[in-house]
Structures are given as C-alpha cells and as structure tokens.
Design a protein around this ligand. Structure first.
Ligand SMILES: *Cc1c(COP(=O)(O)O)cnc(C)c1O
Ligand code: SF4
Length: 442
C-alpha cells in the first residue's frame, strides 16, 4: 500500500477529502492519462484502455489504486481493476447472461430463481468495476442508481409474493447509493411482513471503505435482522482502512459473510485463500462462498479449472478453523443456481458402514445404528408449514411424494412415441410413413 500523498496526482489532497467517500467516488480513475500518473502502464495496457471497445467501463477509486504495486503488471489488485485487451476475446463457451438472470426476472431488476428468496438489483453503479464481473452485461452501463419508480416495481412484486422470506439487495453495489435512498429502500422492504431477513451484497469495504460511516451504520442498524456479504478476493485487500469498515459493521450487530471469486493469476492458490480467510475471521467476517468464475463474455482469461477450487477446499478443511472453510460453488449456467463442489470424503458405503477419509488421509469407519430409519415424531405444525413452501426437486423424491424427475428431452420417450405411432398405423400404410419421417424432422 502506497501513501497517497506520495503520488503527484494527489499530493495536495487533504485527509478530510481523501477520507470522504463522495470524494473517492467523484475522483475515481476512469481514463488512461490519470491512471498512468499512478502506475506504470505497459503498451499492452495502454492499447486496451485507448479504445472504446471495452464492454465494462473502467473506474478505480483512488483508495483502491493505492493498493496496487505501481510497477508490477501481475499485482493481484491491479489485475482486478485495470482492463487488458484479453477482455475483448470471446470464448466459445461464453454467454451474455450465463446465469439466465434476465430469464428469471419477473420484473426488471428482481431475479426470482430459488423457492424462498431472490435478488434485488438496485443500481448498476460500483465504486470499482472488477474486470471479472459476472454482471458486466449491465454493470456500469449508466453508472447511477435506478429510479425509485423502477425499484418500486420490484418491491411490489416482492410484496405480492409471500414465499419470498429473504431478499438480497445487490447491483452493482448498493452501498454506492446515498444513505437516504438506501433508507427508503430498506424501509420499503421492512414494511413487508413476509420478508424475514434482508441481505446486502457489497464490495465497498474492500474498494471504498470510506463509505462505511457512523451515519450509515446507525441507519442500517434500524433494519435488523440485516446481514451483509462483502467481497474480498486477496489478503492485500485487508488494510487498516478495510478492517475499520468491517469492524464498524460488525459493531452494528450485522453478521458478515464473504464471497470470493476464484481468479486465475490473482488468487488461484490455497495459501492465498488461507491467509485471506484467517484475516477475515480476525475481522469477524465468516467466509461464505468461493465462486468458480462464471461464463460471462470476455473473462475467460480469469477462469481456472474447477479442480483448482476443489484443491483449495482440500487445503482448508481440517487444516484450519472450520469457520474459515467456505462452500465452493459453480453457479449453474442456464440458471440452476449455485451447486456446491468439494473433495470426496466418502470412500465406500455398505449396509451399515461408511468408510471415510479425513484431511490427513486417515481412513476410518463409522457404523450406523441397526434401525437407522427416521424416528422423528415431528411437529405437525412445523412439518405442514415447511413442506408447503418446499422447493420440490430431489427432496420430493426422498419424501416419496414424487417417483421420478425426468429431463424434458428424453431419447427413450421419443422412441416410445414412435413405436406407439407405428402400432397405431401399420407400416405399409402411406400415412404412417409420412408421420414417422415428420417426427424425425423435429
Ligand atoms: C446467489 C443467489 C441467491 C442467494 O443464494 P444463497 O445460496 O441463499 O446465498 C438468491 N437468488 C439468486 C438469483 C442468486 O443468484
Ligand atoms: S463490485 Fe460486484 S457488481 Fe461491481 S463490478 Fe465488482 S463484481 Fe461486478
């Protein structure tokens, strides 16, 4: 971390300005000339920045810029913030909207994918635009919060959808909004009786910690139960400033989680994550998810193998505090939601014995009880209430309320339909010939 007063660009900036988040936001670095006064740019970087082909705009808070190594193009902070021409490459597997968020938006700005919760996108603005952003299709498009009318339409949907008990406010970054706008939003959500918990997803503590002010936390406190998930990817992002911001949020009684993205060349190493997670725990932040990098267009250079994520969990589970072990997930392309992936610990399973291995490689056996069936006497009232709002899927198979889940396209069903048709119309009939070839054409 460099002292900002040593950068010619900011040598006259007063601490009062530097520590003001509005100053940080207004003075974000958005052009190459300014950036080249802070770090030494390579010709390659200049080329990328010089043309307007970038799908996602560049904006770097002066604070985050001081975390960059001015002379190292492989600096993990720099790689997250400074565009490269690799962003213009499209891989075959890339999508415009890999998680099909637009498809599962009943109203613009609200994604309802899971049975009991959804995400509310309140702004497209971020204080720093992460080069690997999964929402790069719209992040930074107008660089402003949505109007209250637009947000109100999503709030109306939440209000008329009683299964939604958990609302995750995200964007963009919701904490780039003014206190009073946020307060209006949280008040509107809190007014809805079925909204049990509100969550905010934000990268602000990592990239613009000045945003976390006394007045902000005093306001947020009024909306408990409120949870915040922050987004740190590298131990270098933990500074006295971000630590102060996290401490203020935790002191306001807000439980903190962290979501990281697994990024090639930035944090694709178990030891980086171990160090990051230890530092987060010291700051009362519980690592929640590591995401496999999504298939958004133009970020294939940031992706790792899935095996790298599994390896990272292998190096954490058992080796360190359990609370430092997040869930590694792949957000399913096409909109299936987050799917956990992890090392295999079950080596063999018999009628009553399960053979397991631990983190050291010790192989052990657990013997199950003789009558292992469920002995839960249940509480009728809880069972009735929870099963009524159940999300279906595989749990319905376990419950016995459904016999099978079938893919929509099933080769054996297509074959069966063909047999049935053949049976109904003998082969030599001219009509039958036509219908068989028609079904082939489909
Ligand atoms: C990630 C996500 C959620 C929240 O998922 P959790 O696993 O409950 O944290 C909800 N809705 C959408 C659309 C999401 O992408
Ligand atoms: S803060 Fe989140 S939404 Fe904003 S650019 Fe970074 S990853 Fe994308």
């Amino acid at each position: 971390m460099i002292n900002y007063r040593e950068v010619s660009l900011w040598k006259d900036v007063k601490p009062k300005e530097w520590n003001d988040w509005h100053w940080q936001l207004v003075n974000r670095i958005t052009d190459i000339d300014t950036l080249s006064r802070v770090i030494a740019l390579t010709p390659e970087e200049k080329k990328a920045l010089n043309d307007d082909l970038l799908e996602l705009r560049m904006a770097i808070t002066p604070y985050y810029a001081t975390l960059m190594d001015p002379n190292d193009i492989n600096c993990p902070i720099r790689m997250q913030a400074v565009p490269t021409s690799a962003e213009r490459n499209t891989a075959e597997e890339d999508f415009h909207d890999p998680l099909a968020e637009d498809r599962y938006a009943p109203v613009p700005g609200f994604v309802h994918r899971y049975p009991d919760r959804g995400i509310l996108l309140v702004t497209d603005q971020c204080s720093m635009y992460c080069r690997f952003c999964t929402r790069r299709r719209f992040a930074g498009e107008i660089d402003r919060p949505k109007s209250r009318e637009e947000i109100q339409a999503a709030i109306d949907y939440i209000e008329r959808t009683p299964v939604l008990r958990d609302i995750l406010v995200t964007g963009g970054d919701p904490l780039t909004m003014e206190d009073e706008n946020l307060e209006w939003l949280l008040t509107s959500l809190r007014r809805i009786p079925h909204v049990e918990i509100i969550r905010i997803g934000t990268r602000v503590p990592a990239v613009m910690p000045q945003r976390i002010t006394n007045s902000l936390v005093t306001m947020l406190k009024k909306f408990h139960p409120l949870w915040i998930n922050v987004h740190f990817n590298h131990p270098k992002e933990i500074t006295p400033h971000s630590a102060r911001a996290l401490n203020m949020l935790a002191n306001a009684g807000i439980p903190l989680g962290n979501q990281s993205v697994l990024l090639r060349g930035i944090n694709d190493c178990p030891y980086i994550f171990k160090e990051l997670f230890h530092k987060l725990l010291v700051n009362r932040v519980r690592p929640y998810y590591i995401y496999q990098c999504d298939l958004s267009r133009g970020i294939s250079h940031f992706r790792t193998s899935v095996g790298k994520g599994i390896e990272i969990i292998e190096f954490l589970r058992g080796h360190t505090t359990g609370m430092a072990v997040p869930t590694f997930v792949i957000d399913a392309p096409g909109g299936g939601g987050k799917i956990p992936v992890m090392p295999n610990y079950v080596l063999a399973q018999g009628e009553r014995r399960i053979v397991l291995r631990n983190f050291e490689g010790t192989i052990t056996v657990y013997t199950e009880p003789e009558n292992a069936g469920s002995h839960c006497h249940g509480c009728k009232e809880i069972c009735t209430r929870q099963s009524a709002s159940s999300g279906g899927g595989v749990s319905e198979l376990l419950e016995g309320s459904r016999l099978q889940l079938e893919p929509q396209v099933l080769k054996r069903e297509e074959r069966r339909h063909q047999w049935m048709e053949e049976k109904a119309q003998p082969k030599n009939a001219p009509d039958a010939q036509r219908s068989i070839s028609a079904s082939k054409d489909k």
